[in-house]
Structures are given as structure tokens and as C-alpha cells.
Design a protein. Sequence first.
Length: 457
Amino acid sequence: MKLSNQQRKKLWNALMDAFPTKSSLEQLLSLELDRNLDAIAGGNNLQDIVFNLIKTAEAQGWIDELIFGAKEFNFSNPLLIAITQELSISTSSETPSVSKQKITNNNRINYQDFQILVDDNTIRASSEQGEVSDEFRLNMNEIKLALKLVESKQTNKDLLKAVGGKLYHALFPNQINARFHATMAGAASNNQSVRLRLIFQSPELAALPWEFLYDEGTNTFLANNTQTVLSRYVDVPLLKREIKGASLPLKVLLVISSPSNLPQLDATSEENLIREALAKHIEAGQVELDILQIATIRNINQKLREKPYNVFHFIGHGEFKDNKGYIDLVDNNGKAKSLDDESFANLFLGNNNLGLVILNSCKGATISSNQAFAGTAPNLVRRGIPAVIAMQYSILDDTAKIFADEFYRTLALGYPVDAAVQTTRNAISIEVGLEQCDFATPVLYMRAKDGIILNGL
């Protein structure tokens, strides 16, 4: 597309109005287009940067993509709407914040997106109703003292509600809270749910357990409220990869690592639960489940080369030390062989079929407050895996069994990953109770907007 001088000026005004800071423009380029702003458009001020961005996009032939991405990211901006309509750039037939996910028997779940970005001390919330911002305030010393009790399992319902309430008030100050409740009410009146996406620029804030978010007004933890689906988004400059409906059968590789010199996990029971959860679909030829019980590096590499797996489910031990995550595989003698997060992530490097990694390890989801990608799960997303589910607290075998049973049953019905995780958290809260932190232990990291990996059931 070739823009006229007048159209170029209108687009410049629209981008300046919709993205008033360099940080917001970087978010657009990274989250919608998977491009690096600094590598594309330099300049001494925002005006120059936006001008150079338009110039580069037009010269390289992706100006349509830029305009469409801007409209998707800030769909309520009137200037973006006007330029999109003038240029007749096709958008989806629905409002971009409403996405439809295919469910079995042609039933559908409709979502309204509510995205929260925390950058320095500013919170920006985007929804169908537009964008609103506010100041982020949280007493880190106070919250860390409470979290020490949570980490040591000295918890009760009141403590978890208090922690979740503090996190909620920090993330949902007055204006944002009002907008969120308006979005929830609007979604409910239209028989929809809300997809809550959290993005944190600060590693220290990203390390907090936001899955405890507790809304006192409705007396609910957001992470197990089935009217919302909660996930973390990781901002990384990689080519965009959506988790698309995999061609059947869905291929799942279950890797069980139980080194002889570490405490033995009840891996056999969890394997049986996964088999039971998927039995109907395995029998119908819709799901393929392979088991690898000798988890050496060579065996995993060979397995991953045998067929294009869609899901990699790891059961085993992991730990977090020296600001790095470690996953324990086995060596040739059956004893523990620890791989740091970078080495473990290299197992999947270049694997374009894998849509989901699940880590049932003790601390697979921990994030360093000093380095955002020090935890195992974010590093996998950084390397290009569209979605990773991991555990931010040590997980007992009983809870791991509940997770496997509920998650795979829901996923096998065709639910998107984030919705399946949400219903699983809810099931854990019912069976284990809200006195324990187990329901908030599964953390979902996603960089794909479409969470469907099992389609056509």
C-alpha cells in the first residue's frame, strides 16, 4: 500500500494520539507485530520515531500490518478507527477484544479482553470500553513478609485473602477497578467471559504471585473465577506464533524424570490419570499420548525428533538457585542431571510444532526479581514456546493428580489453554480448599492470543 501525504499525516496523528509514549509504542510493535522498535525507527523524540516508523513500514511493505496492529491494540481510538476505515483495511467482523473459541458440539465461549500493563509506576488498562491509566502503589516490604508465610505453607483463608486483596488494590486502583467491573458486567450481560492478560515490565513485580488476586467486593479470587481467564504475558521480540488448532491427532509427550538419588514422585499415578482423562480421545484417534520414563537428554532429543509433538508435559523435580531455574533430568546412571533454564529451553529450540509445555516440577515457574527471564517458564516463552504452564510453589502429588485430571479433560473438550487452566484452578480450590496456596500454584505464561491447541473434537 502506498499512502498519500495526507494519509501519512493522518496516520502519524493517529499513532501519536493512540500511543503517547515510546513505551506504549514499543508494546504495540512487540505484542502485535513482534518487531523491535529501536531496530526499526530511531529518533530524538516521539514525533521523529513515529515518522520513521511509518516511513520504514511503508518502504518494507508492512504498513497494512502496522495499521491493523495499532487498531487491534487500541481499538477504541477514534483517529485509528478513521484512518482504518479510510484505507479500507479489513479487520475482523467482530470487535477485536471479543474472540470466539471453538468448543465441542459447535458451542462457543466469547471473551472480552482486559489487558493490564504495568510499566514503572504506571498502570495502563485496555478493554472494549477504551484505555484508562492510574498510578501503581504497593508496599513491597509488607507483601514480602506475608509471602514468606505462604512459601512456608503457613497459610489460611484469611491470610491468602489479605495477600490477594493487597495485590488487587495495587493492580486495580479506583478507575481501573471501575472499568474492570464494567467490563465484567458487560460480558455477563452478553453471556461472555473476560480474558485478563497481565504484562509486567519490572522483574520484581513479575515475580509476585498475581494468581492470588482477590476481589473483596465479589469475594472471589480472580485466578479461579471461571468468569475470567487469567494469564501472564511475556514481552519478547520474536516472530508471532499463535497456538492454532493442531491437526488431529493432538500429540502429547509425557516425560517422567525420577532420578534415583532424589525423592520419588508418584509419577505412575499421574500417568494413569492423564491416560484416563484422554482415554476417549485416544481411543477415537484424536489424541496420541507417548510416555518417556528414562528422561536423559539424548532420549528427549530423539523423542522430539520422532514426531511433531504439540504438548510436552514434564513431571519431575526442579529448583531455583543463584537466580536461575534448574530442571532435573537423569544421567546414564539414573541419577539427577540438572539443566539450567537456558539449557533446558535449548531442547525445544527451532521446534515450531510445540504449542504448550507443562512443568510439574517443584519450582518450575519461579522468576528471579533480578532478571525477568531467570525462571524456567519465562525462558521457554522467550525461546518461542507459545504457552507454558508451570508451578510457582512446590506441588504435592495429590494436587498434581487433580491438575492432570481436570486440565486434560477440559483441554480434550476443545477449550483454549487459558480457560482450561482457569477451570483447573477452580477444581483445585474446591478439592484442596482455599486455605492452601495450591489453587494459585499453576501459572500460565502465554504470548499467543488464541489459546486453542486442540480443535475439531
